[in-house]
Design a protein around this ligand. Structure first.
Ligand SMILES: O=c1ccn([C@@H]2O[C@H](COP(=O)(O)O)[C@@H](O)[C@H]2O)c(=O)[nH]1
Length: 234
């Protein structure tokens, strides 16, 4: 069961401010929030972010920071005036870096964003991981990185749906699990490798389902989001 009324966050992966803002307005009420990542933010920056925020939907600012602790703390601090609901770093940046990120976010007091760690990208399978020098399954590495994120005081992790059960068993109900690699039955997989359908991922215990192209690439994104919502309620 999800802790968020509508668990769908739509990834607005575009460089176009007007398009992103129009999608956010059009999806309001059918999604729990939207995600702005490096594609949008590198093109449009804080001003573009504010244009999307005018739609009045919670925003996951997905910049996946990965640097030395002081630099990441500064990067998180710089996002706080935007009041994102969620920000993130790469767990591979290590314990001290994640602690610095969590501490920086606390400077926003009660308005602090959730700070989440990306574990193993959903576009990677075991052979991709092996090529980076990491032996074992993606699940083993996700678990290892998630324990490190919890130790650093982070609120949760980005993982694939295939790791949800083990993460819930080991890290409990309150640790947030944000899950991309979500594909409604029959939709194009694209570059994702560790995928699952929305109802399956939700049933396993995902808090947030990050869904991009299956919604934004549809002829009618709002109808696509409504269909996914309906599949979750069924
Ligand atoms: O492991 C990860 C981490 C982040 N993402 C992001 O989620 C969306 C997924 O978009 P789709 O179009 O639904 O594939 C995208 O913005 C990624 O940057 C991820 O996919 N996997």
């Amino acid at each position: 069961m999800s802790v968020i009324p509508n668990p769908i966050f739509c990834a607005l992966d575009t460089v176009d401010e007007a398009h992103a803002a129009s999608l956010a307005r059009g999806l309001k009420g059918t999604v729990g929030g939207v995600k702005l990542g490096m594609e949008f933010f590198n093109a449009q920056g804080p001003q573009g972010y504010r244009a999307v925020a005018e739609a009045g939907v919670p925003i996951f600012l997905d910049l996946k920071l990965h640097d030395i602790p002081n630099t990441v703390a500064g990067g998180i601090r710089a996002t706080l005036p935007l009041k994102p609901a969620i920000v993130n770093v790469h767990a591979a940046g290590g314990l001290a870096m994640m602690r610095a990120a969590a501490d920086a976010a606390k400077e926003a007091g009660d308005a602090r964003p959730l700070v989440i760690a990306v574990t193993v990208l959903t576009s990677l399978d075991q052979s991709d991981l092996a090529a980076t020098g990491v032996a074992g399954t993606p699940a083993d590495h996700v678990l290892r990185l998630a324990h490190l994120a919890a130790k650093a005081g982070l609120d949760g992790v980005v993982c694939s749906a295939h790791e949800i059960e083990r993460l819930r068993a080991e890290l409990g109900r309150d640790f947030k699990l944000i899950v991309p690699g979500i594909r409604p039955t029959g939709s194009d997989i694209g570059d994702q490798k560790r995928i699952m359908t929305p109802p399956e991922a939700l049933a396993l215990g995902a808090d947030i389902l990050v869904i991009g192209r299956p919604i934004t690439g549809a002829t009618n994104p709002r109808e696509a989001a409504e269909a996914i919502s309906a599949s979750l309620a069924a």
